[in-house]
Design a protein around this ligand. Sequence first.
Ligand SMILES: Nc1nc2c(ncn2[C@@H]2O[C@H](COP(=O)(O)OP(=O)(O)OP(=O)(O)O)[C@@H](O)[C@H]2O)c(=O)[nH]1
Length: 343
Amino acid sequence: MNRQNADPEAARLAALHRCGIFQTPAEQDFDFLTRLAAEICQVPYAFVTFVDQDYVWAKAWHGVEKIAPAARCDDYCDFVIRSGQPLVVHDLCSDPRTASMPPTLDGFRRYAGVPLLTADQQAIGTLCVLDKRAGSPNDHQLELLQSLARQVMALVELRQHKRELEANVHLLERLATTDELTGLMNRRRLMERLSEECARARRFKEPMALVLLDLDHFKQVNDQWGHATGDIVLANTGRLIRETLRETDSAGRYGGEELCLLLPHTELDGAATVADTLCGRLATRSHRTAGAPEYVTASLGVAASSHLEQCHPATLLAQADAALYRAKDNGRNCVVVAQEALA
Ligand SMILES: Nc1nc2c(ncn2[C@@H]2O[C@H](COP(=O)(O)OP(=O)(O)OP(=O)(O)O)[C@@H](O)[C@H]2O)c(=O)[nH]1
């Protein structure tokens, strides 16, 4: 016996959860199907409900303004869920199962509900109609109600596929724009973002800064500890950058062990402070646990558009690169701003 058979309610709840429909906002397509159900059965009220462990919750309704979730024990739909079969009660008052239930005491007399079945036959909800007059749907009406229930489930599945598709598109977008090793933007996305940020800075005449960061003596790290260890150091560096930057800043992998930070709305001084902080944190970030050299420092070059005629990607990159070159020349593990580089 498998686990599902051991606990049918757990399997039913899992099926409901997979559909991702419970307590989602109202949708016209579902409203339309309830209206159709009411018209087919010639009654004033119809509902699409989904039923979790404790509550019967309406996704769509017809004939009432609004409907609050009901405890399962107070709702006729619970019988449909438990049996997985349609339920028709001609007169709710004279049926011992329903006579003293709250909706009956509120005046409802007729109920007809059919289960909403998933592909693996789990009853996750109902399509039901009600009236304050006693009566029953005829065979044809009941058959049509069941067909409509299948349409409700087709909508549920369509919604589910759409959600999965959107999640996959999102994942693919992330994979296509992210550098796997550092978790930062890949070079293509970085260059796109740089162009966008420069265009925005020019348009709104705002400052914009760029920092190039290059790990020091990284060839030695690879040579002495192995390429895999070098990768771990790069990944740690990416993580540290992500932890250090503001939400509005971004960073990407510009080249092998050269990373680039984009700091919109930031003057040269502010960017130099960010670079100093990062330089200090990197110099004290231990990699030893990964079987790597204890510390790997970095050199950083800073440029900002407020010191340039105009904010353009190539100019900012060239300025930051020249500053980085000076930082390497100055003995590494330091920050040089473009001002100094030009001096
Ligand atoms: N492990 C690893 N190494 C990389 C990666 N990308 C580039 N590298 C290595 O980074 C090293 C860069 O070496 P160099 O350009 O000589 O610079 P450096 O040794 O860091 O020296 P300085 O920059 O002058 O301090 C090379 O050995 C590249 O193979 C990567 O993704 N993973």
